[in-house]
Design a binder for this molecule. Sequence first.
Ligand SMILES: *Cc1c(COP(=O)(O)O)cnc(C)c1O
Length: 380
Amino acid sequence: MPKFLAFSPALVKEFTHFMGHVKLHIPGPVEVSEKTFRAFCTPMIGHRGQGFKDLYAKIQPQLQQLLSTKQLVYISTSSAWGMMEGALRNLVARKVLNCMCGAFSDKWFDVSKRCGKDAEALQVPWGSPIRAADVDKKLATGQFDALTVIHNETSTGVMSPIVEIAALKKKYPDVMFIVDSVSSMSGVPLKFDELGIDVLLAGTQKAFALPPGTAIFVCSPAALAKAATMKDRGYYFDLVEFQKNAEQNMTPSTPSIGHVFALESKLQDIFAEGLEARYARHRRTNQMTRDWAAKHGFTLFPEKGFESITLTCVSNGARPGGRVVDVPKLQKLVKDQGFLIDGGYGKIKGTTFRISNMGDETEATMGQLFAAMDTAMKGL
Ligand SMILES: *Cc1c(COP(=O)(O)O)cnc(C)c1O
Protein backbone atom coordinates (compact mmCIF):
# COMPACT_ATOMS: atom_id res chain seq x y z
CA MET A 1 0.00 0.00 0.00
CA PRO A 2 1.45 3.44 -0.85
CA LYS A 3 2.56 5.30 2.28
CA PHE A 4 0.22 8.24 1.86
CA LEU A 5 -2.75 5.90 1.94
CA ALA A 6 -1.59 4.33 5.18
CA PHE A 7 -0.82 7.56 7.01
CA SER A 8 -2.84 10.44 5.62
CA PRO A 9 -5.15 11.69 8.41
CA ALA A 10 -7.64 12.70 5.73
CA LEU A 11 -7.82 9.13 4.50
CA VAL A 12 -8.08 7.73 8.00
CA LYS A 13 -11.07 10.04 8.42
CA GLU A 14 -12.46 8.88 5.07
CA PHE A 15 -12.25 5.23 6.01
CA THR A 16 -13.70 5.82 9.48
CA HIS A 17 -16.58 7.49 7.69
CA PHE A 18 -16.74 4.52 5.32
CA MET A 19 -17.02 2.05 8.21
CA GLY A 20 -19.99 3.84 9.72
CA HIS A 21 -22.02 4.36 6.56
CA VAL A 22 -25.33 2.78 5.58
CA LYS A 23 -24.56 -0.26 3.45
CA LEU A 24 -26.26 -0.33 0.06
CA HIS A 25 -28.49 -3.26 -0.82
CA ILE A 26 -30.46 -1.29 -3.41
CA PRO A 27 -30.10 -2.53 -7.01
CA GLY A 28 -27.63 0.15 -7.92
CA PRO A 29 -25.48 1.80 -7.02
CA VAL A 30 -24.35 -1.12 -4.90
CA GLU A 31 -21.82 -1.32 -2.10
CA VAL A 32 -18.24 -0.48 -3.15
CA SER A 33 -15.45 -2.26 -1.27
CA GLU A 34 -12.57 -0.47 0.42
CA LYS A 35 -10.14 -2.21 -1.93
CA THR A 36 -12.01 -0.82 -4.94
CA PHE A 37 -12.11 2.67 -3.42
CA ARG A 38 -8.38 2.56 -2.76
CA ALA A 39 -7.75 1.65 -6.40
CA PHE A 40 -10.12 4.44 -7.46
CA CYS A 41 -7.95 6.90 -5.50
CA THR A 42 -4.71 5.94 -7.28
CA PRO A 43 -2.75 9.13 -8.14
CA MET A 44 -3.75 10.51 -11.52
CA ILE A 45 -1.95 9.70 -14.77
CA GLY A 46 -2.31 11.17 -18.26
CA HIS A 47 -4.77 9.41 -20.55
CA ARG A 48 -2.46 9.63 -23.59
CA GLY A 49 0.63 8.40 -21.74
CA GLN A 50 2.17 4.94 -21.69
CA GLY A 51 0.90 4.35 -18.16
CA PHE A 52 -2.72 4.55 -19.24
CA LYS A 53 -2.10 2.50 -22.38
CA ASP A 54 -0.45 -0.20 -20.27
CA LEU A 55 -3.37 -0.15 -17.84
CA TYR A 56 -5.98 -0.53 -20.60
CA ALA A 57 -3.87 -3.16 -22.38
CA LYS A 58 -3.64 -5.09 -19.12
CA ILE A 59 -7.38 -5.20 -18.47
CA GLN A 60 -8.43 -5.72 -22.12
CA PRO A 61 -7.87 -9.51 -22.21
CA GLN A 62 -9.69 -9.88 -18.89
CA LEU A 63 -12.66 -7.89 -20.16
CA GLN A 64 -12.64 -10.02 -23.31
CA GLN A 65 -12.56 -13.19 -21.23
CA LEU A 66 -15.36 -11.92 -19.01
CA LEU A 67 -17.57 -11.29 -22.06
CA SER A 68 -16.26 -14.26 -24.08
CA THR A 69 -15.37 -12.06 -27.03
CA LYS A 70 -12.54 -11.44 -29.46
CA GLN A 71 -13.81 -7.89 -29.99
CA LEU A 72 -12.19 -5.00 -28.14
CA VAL A 73 -14.12 -3.99 -25.04
CA TYR A 74 -14.66 -0.24 -24.63
CA ILE A 75 -14.86 2.05 -21.64
CA SER A 76 -17.16 5.07 -21.81
CA THR A 77 -17.18 7.81 -19.23
CA SER A 78 -20.92 8.12 -18.91
CA SER A 79 -23.64 6.33 -17.08
CA ALA A 80 -25.24 3.44 -18.97
CA TRP A 81 -27.81 5.76 -20.52
CA GLY A 82 -25.04 7.54 -22.40
CA MET A 83 -24.19 4.35 -24.28
CA MET A 84 -27.85 3.34 -24.59
CA GLU A 85 -28.53 6.63 -26.35
CA GLY A 86 -25.23 6.33 -28.21
CA ALA A 87 -26.17 2.90 -29.56
CA LEU A 88 -29.39 4.35 -31.03
CA ARG A 89 -27.56 7.28 -32.62
CA ASN A 90 -24.97 4.94 -34.16
CA LEU A 91 -27.20 2.11 -35.32
CA VAL A 92 -30.79 3.11 -36.06
CA ALA A 93 -31.26 4.32 -39.64
CA ARG A 94 -34.81 3.12 -40.33
CA LYS A 95 -36.80 2.05 -37.29
CA VAL A 96 -36.07 0.60 -33.88
CA LEU A 97 -38.13 -1.96 -31.98
CA ASN A 98 -38.00 -1.18 -28.25
CA CYS A 99 -38.80 -4.32 -26.24
CA MET A 100 -40.46 -3.05 -23.07
CA CYS A 101 -41.13 -4.86 -19.79
CA GLY A 102 -40.31 -2.37 -17.03
CA ALA A 103 -39.17 1.16 -16.20
CA PHE A 104 -35.75 1.04 -17.88
CA SER A 105 -36.80 -0.80 -21.03
CA ASP A 106 -39.93 1.40 -21.35
CA LYS A 107 -37.76 4.50 -21.07
CA TRP A 108 -35.72 3.35 -24.07
CA PHE A 109 -38.76 3.98 -26.31
CA ASP A 110 -38.95 7.56 -25.05
CA VAL A 111 -35.19 8.01 -25.57
CA SER A 112 -35.46 6.64 -29.14
CA LYS A 113 -38.05 9.28 -29.98
CA ARG A 114 -36.08 12.03 -28.29
CA CYS A 115 -33.13 11.05 -30.53
CA GLY A 116 -35.45 11.62 -33.52
CA LYS A 117 -35.66 7.90 -34.35
CA ASP A 118 -38.69 6.14 -35.75
CA ALA A 119 -39.56 3.70 -32.95
CA GLU A 120 -42.15 1.08 -32.09
CA ALA A 121 -42.99 -0.41 -28.72
CA LEU A 122 -43.20 -4.10 -28.02
CA GLN A 123 -44.80 -3.79 -24.60
CA VAL A 124 -45.47 -6.68 -22.25
CA PRO A 125 -46.91 -6.28 -18.73
CA TRP A 126 -44.40 -5.41 -16.02
CA GLY A 127 -43.29 -8.65 -14.40
CA SER A 128 -43.33 -10.57 -17.68
CA PRO A 129 -40.21 -11.24 -19.72
CA ILE A 130 -39.63 -10.41 -23.38
CA ARG A 131 -40.28 -13.59 -25.38
CA ALA A 132 -38.42 -14.45 -28.57
CA ALA A 133 -41.65 -15.42 -30.39
CA ASP A 134 -43.08 -11.90 -29.93
CA VAL A 135 -39.84 -10.31 -31.12
CA ASP A 136 -39.79 -12.65 -34.12
CA LYS A 137 -43.32 -11.63 -35.13
CA LYS A 138 -42.38 -7.95 -35.06
CA LEU A 139 -39.08 -8.36 -36.90
CA ALA A 140 -40.82 -10.45 -39.57
CA THR A 141 -42.60 -7.28 -40.74
CA GLY A 142 -39.24 -6.17 -42.16
CA GLN A 143 -39.70 -2.64 -40.83
CA PHE A 144 -36.86 -2.68 -38.33
CA ASP A 145 -33.11 -2.28 -38.58
CA ALA A 146 -32.49 -2.34 -34.82
CA LEU A 147 -33.97 -3.54 -31.56
CA THR A 148 -33.31 -2.78 -27.94
CA VAL A 149 -33.78 -5.30 -25.17
CA ILE A 150 -32.86 -5.29 -21.51
CA HIS A 151 -31.49 -8.60 -20.29
CA ASN A 152 -32.20 -7.96 -16.61
CA GLU A 153 -35.01 -5.44 -16.10
CA THR A 154 -33.92 -4.00 -12.77
CA SER A 155 -37.24 -2.32 -11.95
CA THR A 156 -39.24 -5.57 -12.01
CA GLY A 157 -36.49 -8.09 -11.23
CA VAL A 158 -37.18 -9.96 -14.46
CA MET A 159 -34.48 -11.68 -16.48
CA SER A 160 -35.53 -12.13 -20.11
CA PRO A 161 -34.35 -15.24 -22.01
CA ILE A 162 -31.53 -13.52 -23.85
CA VAL A 163 -30.15 -16.66 -25.51
CA GLU A 164 -33.53 -17.33 -27.19
CA ILE A 165 -33.90 -13.71 -28.24
CA ALA A 166 -30.32 -13.47 -29.52
CA ALA A 167 -30.85 -16.64 -31.57
CA LEU A 168 -33.16 -14.57 -33.82
CA LYS A 169 -30.15 -12.61 -35.03
CA LYS A 170 -29.39 -15.47 -37.46
CA LYS A 171 -32.76 -14.94 -39.08
CA TYR A 172 -32.41 -11.14 -39.16
CA PRO A 173 -28.71 -10.45 -39.77
CA ASP A 174 -29.34 -6.85 -40.82
CA VAL A 175 -31.15 -5.95 -37.61
CA MET A 176 -28.84 -4.49 -34.95
CA PHE A 177 -29.42 -6.26 -31.61
CA ILE A 178 -28.69 -3.77 -28.81
CA VAL A 179 -28.68 -5.38 -25.38
CA ASP A 180 -28.53 -3.68 -21.98
CA SER A 181 -27.00 -5.93 -19.34
CA VAL A 182 -26.51 -3.14 -16.83
CA SER A 183 -27.55 -5.17 -13.79
CA SER A 184 -26.43 -8.60 -15.02
CA MET A 185 -23.00 -8.23 -16.69
CA SER A 186 -20.41 -10.08 -14.57
CA GLY A 187 -23.13 -11.57 -12.31
CA VAL A 188 -24.32 -14.13 -14.85
CA PRO A 189 -22.55 -15.54 -17.94
CA LEU A 190 -22.99 -13.42 -21.08
CA LYS A 191 -21.02 -14.76 -24.03
CA PHE A 192 -20.99 -11.93 -26.53
CA ASP A 193 -19.54 -13.67 -29.60
CA GLU A 194 -21.67 -16.77 -29.08
CA LEU A 195 -24.85 -14.72 -28.60
CA GLY A 196 -24.06 -13.05 -31.93
CA ILE A 197 -25.62 -9.75 -30.87
CA ASP A 198 -24.34 -6.33 -31.89
CA VAL A 199 -24.00 -4.25 -28.73
CA LEU A 200 -23.78 -5.37 -25.11
CA LEU A 201 -23.45 -2.68 -22.47
CA ALA A 202 -23.42 -2.16 -18.71
CA GLY A 203 -22.80 0.56 -16.15
CA THR A 204 -20.14 0.05 -13.50
CA GLN A 205 -22.30 0.75 -10.43
CA LYS A 206 -24.41 -2.40 -10.62
CA ALA A 207 -23.01 -5.94 -10.85
CA PHE A 208 -19.39 -4.71 -11.12
CA ALA A 209 -19.72 -2.90 -7.76
CA LEU A 210 -17.63 0.08 -8.86
CA PRO A 211 -18.64 3.68 -8.30
CA PRO A 212 -21.16 5.07 -10.82
CA GLY A 213 -20.01 7.09 -13.84
CA THR A 214 -18.61 4.64 -16.37
CA ALA A 215 -20.07 2.21 -18.90
CA ILE A 216 -18.43 -0.92 -20.30
CA PHE A 217 -19.51 -2.13 -23.71
CA VAL A 218 -18.64 -4.21 -26.75
CA CYS A 219 -19.77 -4.07 -30.40
CA SER A 220 -19.90 -6.57 -33.25
CA PRO A 221 -17.96 -5.93 -36.49
CA ALA A 222 -21.38 -5.44 -38.15
CA ALA A 223 -22.26 -2.72 -35.66
CA LEU A 224 -18.97 -0.94 -36.33
CA ALA A 225 -19.53 -1.19 -40.09
CA LYS A 226 -23.04 0.18 -39.79
CA ALA A 227 -21.97 3.00 -37.46
CA ALA A 228 -19.40 4.10 -40.06
CA THR A 229 -22.25 4.74 -42.51
CA MET A 230 -24.37 6.75 -40.08
CA LYS A 231 -24.63 10.50 -40.46
CA ASP A 232 -25.06 12.59 -37.31
CA ARG A 233 -23.90 9.88 -34.96
CA GLY A 234 -22.10 12.56 -33.01
CA TYR A 235 -18.65 12.38 -31.48
CA TYR A 236 -18.79 11.51 -27.78
CA PHE A 237 -20.46 8.12 -28.32
CA ASP A 238 -19.16 7.42 -31.83
CA LEU A 239 -18.52 3.66 -31.96
CA VAL A 240 -15.95 4.12 -34.73
CA GLU A 241 -13.96 6.46 -32.45
CA PHE A 242 -14.14 3.94 -29.60
CA GLN A 243 -12.75 1.22 -31.87
CA LYS A 244 -9.99 3.43 -33.34
CA ASN A 245 -8.86 4.51 -29.88
CA ALA A 246 -9.18 1.08 -28.27
CA GLU A 247 -6.82 -0.27 -30.94
CA GLN A 248 -4.25 2.09 -29.34
CA ASN A 249 -5.37 1.22 -25.79
CA MET A 250 -7.02 4.59 -25.39
CA THR A 251 -10.47 6.15 -25.18
CA PRO A 252 -11.81 8.88 -27.52
CA SER A 253 -11.81 11.54 -24.81
CA THR A 254 -10.37 11.82 -21.30
CA PRO A 255 -11.93 8.97 -19.36
CA SER A 256 -12.62 8.76 -15.65
CA ILE A 257 -9.19 7.28 -15.00
CA GLY A 258 -10.09 6.42 -11.40
CA HIS A 259 -12.73 4.06 -12.78
CA VAL A 260 -10.15 2.29 -14.93
CA PHE A 261 -7.92 1.74 -11.88
CA ALA A 262 -10.95 0.51 -9.95
CA LEU A 263 -11.88 -1.80 -12.81
CA GLU A 264 -8.35 -3.22 -12.87
CA SER A 265 -8.68 -3.98 -9.16
CA LYS A 266 -12.14 -5.50 -9.62
CA LEU A 267 -11.01 -7.72 -12.49
CA GLN A 268 -8.24 -9.02 -10.21
CA ASP A 269 -10.94 -9.95 -7.69
CA ILE A 270 -13.18 -11.49 -10.36
CA PHE A 271 -10.46 -13.73 -11.79
CA ALA A 272 -9.04 -14.63 -8.37
CA GLU A 273 -12.50 -15.92 -7.45
CA GLY A 274 -13.06 -17.46 -10.90
CA LEU A 275 -15.98 -16.72 -13.21
CA GLU A 276 -17.91 -19.91 -12.49
CA ALA A 277 -17.50 -19.43 -8.74
CA ARG A 278 -18.67 -15.83 -9.09
CA TYR A 279 -21.79 -16.86 -11.00
CA ALA A 280 -22.49 -19.64 -8.48
CA ARG A 281 -22.13 -17.17 -5.59
CA HIS A 282 -24.73 -14.89 -7.20
CA ARG A 283 -27.10 -17.84 -7.59
CA ARG A 284 -26.68 -18.82 -3.94
CA THR A 285 -27.07 -15.32 -2.49
CA ASN A 286 -30.09 -14.79 -4.74
CA GLN A 287 -31.65 -18.03 -3.54
CA MET A 288 -31.12 -16.83 0.04
CA THR A 289 -33.13 -13.71 -0.80
CA ARG A 290 -35.96 -15.73 -2.31
CA ASP A 291 -35.91 -18.00 0.76
CA TRP A 292 -36.07 -14.99 3.07
CA ALA A 293 -39.12 -13.68 1.18
CA ALA A 294 -40.86 -17.07 1.29
CA LYS A 295 -40.08 -17.49 4.99
CA HIS A 296 -41.95 -14.25 5.70
CA GLY A 297 -44.91 -15.13 3.51
CA PHE A 298 -44.07 -12.90 0.56
CA THR A 299 -44.37 -13.87 -3.09
CA LEU A 300 -42.12 -12.57 -5.88
CA PHE A 301 -43.17 -10.03 -8.49
CA PRO A 302 -41.71 -11.64 -11.66
CA GLU A 303 -43.47 -14.30 -13.67
CA LYS A 304 -42.30 -17.69 -12.43
CA GLY A 305 -39.13 -18.91 -14.11
CA PHE A 306 -37.94 -15.43 -15.11
CA GLU A 307 -36.71 -14.12 -11.77
CA SER A 308 -33.44 -12.21 -11.81
CA ILE A 309 -30.36 -13.77 -10.26
CA THR A 310 -28.72 -10.49 -9.22
CA LEU A 311 -31.62 -8.84 -7.43
CA THR A 312 -35.04 -9.81 -6.11
CA CYS A 313 -38.25 -7.88 -6.62
CA VAL A 314 -40.62 -8.93 -3.83
CA SER A 315 -44.37 -8.48 -4.29
CA ASN A 316 -46.02 -6.42 -1.57
CA GLY A 317 -49.55 -6.43 -2.89
CA ALA A 318 -48.61 -6.00 -6.56
CA ARG A 319 -49.61 -9.65 -7.04
CA PRO A 320 -52.65 -11.32 -5.49
CA GLY A 321 -51.79 -13.35 -2.38
CA GLY A 322 -48.70 -13.02 -0.27
CA ARG A 323 -47.95 -10.74 2.61
CA VAL A 324 -48.31 -6.95 2.55
CA VAL A 325 -46.33 -4.71 4.89
CA ASP A 326 -45.58 -1.01 5.37
CA VAL A 327 -42.57 -0.77 3.05
CA PRO A 328 -41.30 2.69 4.12
CA LYS A 329 -41.43 1.49 7.75
CA LEU A 330 -39.60 -1.72 6.84
CA GLN A 331 -36.96 0.35 5.03
CA LYS A 332 -36.56 2.63 8.04
CA LEU A 333 -36.22 -0.24 10.51
CA VAL A 334 -33.63 -1.88 8.25
CA LYS A 335 -31.80 1.41 7.72
CA ASP A 336 -31.61 2.00 11.48
CA GLN A 337 -29.54 -1.18 11.56
CA GLY A 338 -27.21 0.06 8.83
CA PHE A 339 -28.63 -1.32 5.56
CA LEU A 340 -30.46 0.36 2.69
CA ILE A 341 -33.04 -1.67 0.75
CA ASP A 342 -35.15 -0.33 -2.10
CA GLY A 343 -38.84 0.51 -1.78
CA GLY A 344 -39.89 -0.31 -5.35
CA TYR A 345 -39.40 1.59 -8.61
CA GLY A 346 -41.75 3.58 -10.81
CA LYS A 347 -45.36 2.50 -10.88
CA ILE A 348 -44.71 -0.49 -8.58
CA LYS A 349 -43.13 1.62 -5.82
CA GLY A 350 -44.54 0.40 -2.50
CA THR A 351 -46.39 -2.56 -4.02
CA THR A 352 -42.97 -4.18 -4.40
CA PHE A 353 -39.60 -3.80 -2.73
CA ARG A 354 -36.18 -4.86 -4.01
CA ILE A 355 -33.04 -6.36 -2.55
CA SER A 356 -29.75 -6.56 -4.43
CA ASN A 357 -27.23 -9.38 -4.13
CA MET A 358 -24.98 -7.86 -6.82
CA GLY A 359 -21.27 -7.28 -6.57
CA ASP A 360 -19.22 -8.58 -3.67
CA GLU A 361 -22.03 -9.97 -1.51
CA THR A 362 -21.49 -13.37 0.05
CA GLU A 363 -23.65 -15.72 2.09
CA ALA A 364 -22.12 -14.14 5.20
CA THR A 365 -22.90 -10.54 4.22
CA MET A 366 -26.38 -11.41 2.97
CA GLY A 367 -26.91 -13.27 6.24
CA GLN A 368 -26.20 -10.02 8.12
CA LEU A 369 -28.76 -8.20 5.99
CA PHE A 370 -31.41 -10.87 6.56
CA ALA A 371 -30.77 -10.87 10.30
CA ALA A 372 -31.46 -7.13 10.27
CA MET A 373 -34.54 -7.66 8.10
CA ASP A 374 -35.84 -10.38 10.45
CA THR A 375 -35.53 -7.94 13.35
CA ALA A 376 -37.26 -5.24 11.30
CA MET A 377 -40.16 -7.57 10.45
CA LYS A 378 -40.76 -8.10 14.18
CA GLY A 379 -40.92 -4.34 14.66
CA LEU A 380 -43.59 -3.73 11.99
C1 LIG B 1 -29.53 1.23 -13.69
C2 LIG B 1 -29.99 0.80 -15.03
C3 LIG B 1 -29.93 1.64 -16.14
C4 LIG B 1 -29.53 3.08 -16.04
O1 LIG B 1 -28.22 3.21 -15.72
P1 LIG B 1 -27.57 4.65 -15.50
O2 LIG B 1 -26.24 4.27 -14.99
O3 LIG B 1 -28.42 5.37 -14.50
O4 LIG B 1 -27.55 5.34 -16.80
C5 LIG B 1 -30.30 1.15 -17.35
N1 LIG B 1 -30.71 -0.11 -17.51
C6 LIG B 1 -30.80 -0.94 -16.47
C7 LIG B 1 -31.28 -2.34 -16.70
C8 LIG B 1 -30.43 -0.52 -15.20
O5 LIG B 1 -30.52 -1.37 -14.17
